[in-house]
Design a protein around this ligand. Structure first.
Ligand SMILES: Nc1ncnc2c1ncn2[C@@H]1O[C@H](COP(=O)(O)OS(=O)(=O)O)[C@@H](OP(=O)(O)O)[C@H]1O
Ligand SMILES: [Mg+2]
Ligand SMILES: [Mg+2]
Ligand SMILES: [Mg+2]
Length: 353
């Protein structure tokens, strides 16, 4: 019997909302005013750990049997020198989970004034993200702040959560606090959530739970050579941008690429703001992590697109915490994907000839 994972979707959206609010508060309190001292560790660390604690708390209250593959662990908080870091995190996590219930939330998710946690509980809940994944069974994968560099610059980052069942991504939810609500008004209001569940479509909803705007269904539009452009990483160490330039040339693309941190690239692709997300390995042996792609993959597929590695093979979310040997990622609308795959193969041949 197929399931729509409706209950999971509601918890995931609420968790991403709370964690996104927390990251915004970290940015305003600790990054913008540079109030963090050296001993506190970086504001990113505070934000990452705290957001993972909030999401894990809610998931495990709602689904106590579930496992979580989370990016972070609490080791740095447990050592004596991590005391300041720990205090900051405990304060932020408790501030976030004890905030009054919002539309759609329930105390059963460990939220509200009575649910403050001890430092031990918070460290333990962060460490519940230590699951190793695998090809069978159901588990969540969480990137509490994806695009940490973008987060620090005040640019794009995303709180990313996905549910994987027997190697298939069934549900993906991404919170993008700095992404404009409307593609046609880039300097307008910011803050969106992207949601996709398999067989149920891809949607954009407001980040603010009190905003009652209707969900917007997402479909990747058709592109011509003149309207197509690439979405790519900002960080040169994360993707081989010179290879992207050659692929763009082979495809006859004239528009400049859009460089953007985080899985906001998948979100932009799903709503037609950029035609191809191309991420080729730099050759360092780095293995891509499942939490950096799982929610984006289901979002793109549900928006009518295709996602594969550079050989045209599906990404395998059942290998553990990584996607295994790195053959890169190509995500695009169906027609465009076939052309990109061809151009990528040609560019690879040129490299080896
Ligand atoms: N060498 C290398 N190659 C590929 N990917 C790497 C590499 N090193 C790190 N990472 C992962 O990249 C994640 C951020 O990817 P982005 O697309 O946001 O990169 S960029 O910031 O736009 O440059 C980033 O996610 P976060 O740590 O959550 O920010 C990392 O998981
Ligand atoms: Mg990441
Ligand atoms: Mg991260
Ligand atoms: Mg990281």
């Amino acid at each position: 019997m197929s399931t729509t994972y409706e209950a999971e979707k509601q918890v995931a959206i609420a968790a991403v909302r709370r964690a996104s609010a927390l990251t915004a508060s970290v940015f305003n309190k600790l990054v913008k005013n540079e109030t963090l001292t050296k001993d506190d560790k970086s504001p990113v660390t505070v934000g990452d750990f705290s957001a993972q604690a909030v999401v894990n708390t809610m998931l495990l209250r709602a689904f106590p049997e579930d496992n979580i593959v989370g990016e972070e662990d609490a080791a740095d908080m447990r050592v004596e020198s991590g005391k300041l870091l720990r205090n900051r995190i405990v304060e932020l996590v408790n501030e976030t989970i004890t905030a009054p219930l919002q539309a759609g939330e329930t105390e059963a998710w460990g939220l509200g004034p009575d649910y403050a946690q001890t430092p031990e509980q918070i460290m333990d809940i962060i460490d519940r993200g230590n699951y190793n994944g695998g090809s069978t069974g159901r588990f969540w994968t969480l990137d509490p702040i994806d695009g940490t560099k973008g987060f620090l610059r005040g640019e794009q980052y995303a709180v990313c959560l996905a549910l994987i069942v027997d190697s298939q991504v069934q549900l993906g939810v991404m919170g993008c606090p700095n992404l404009p609500v409307s593609v046609s008004n880039p300097s307008g209001p910011r803050g969106c959530i992207f949601v996709a569940s398999r067989g149920q479509g891809a949607w954009q909803i407001p980040l603010d739970a009190s905003d009652s705007s209707a969900p917007i269904p997402l479909t990747i539009p058709t592109f011509t050579k003149d309207t197509l452009n690439l979405l790519e990483s900002v960080e040169k160490a994360h993707a081989k941008l010179s290879f992207n330039d050659r692929v763009a040339e082979l495809l006859g693309i004239t528009k400049a690429p859009t460089r953007m941190d985080s899985q906001a690239k998948y979100c932009s692709l799903a709503r037609g703001d950029g035609g191809v997300y191309l991420r080729m390995p730099v050759g360092s042996g780095y293995k891509e992590k499942i939490w950096d792609h799982a929610p984006g993959a289901v979002l793109v597929e549900e928006a009518g697109g295709v996602i594969t590695d550079s050989r045209g093979e599906p990404l395998n979310f059942g290998l553990g915490r990584t996607l295994g040997e790195n053959f890169g990622v190509i995500a695009a609308g169906k027609n465009v994907h076939a052309h990109v795959l061809e151009a990528v193969k040609k560019a690879k041949e040129e490299e080896t000839s």
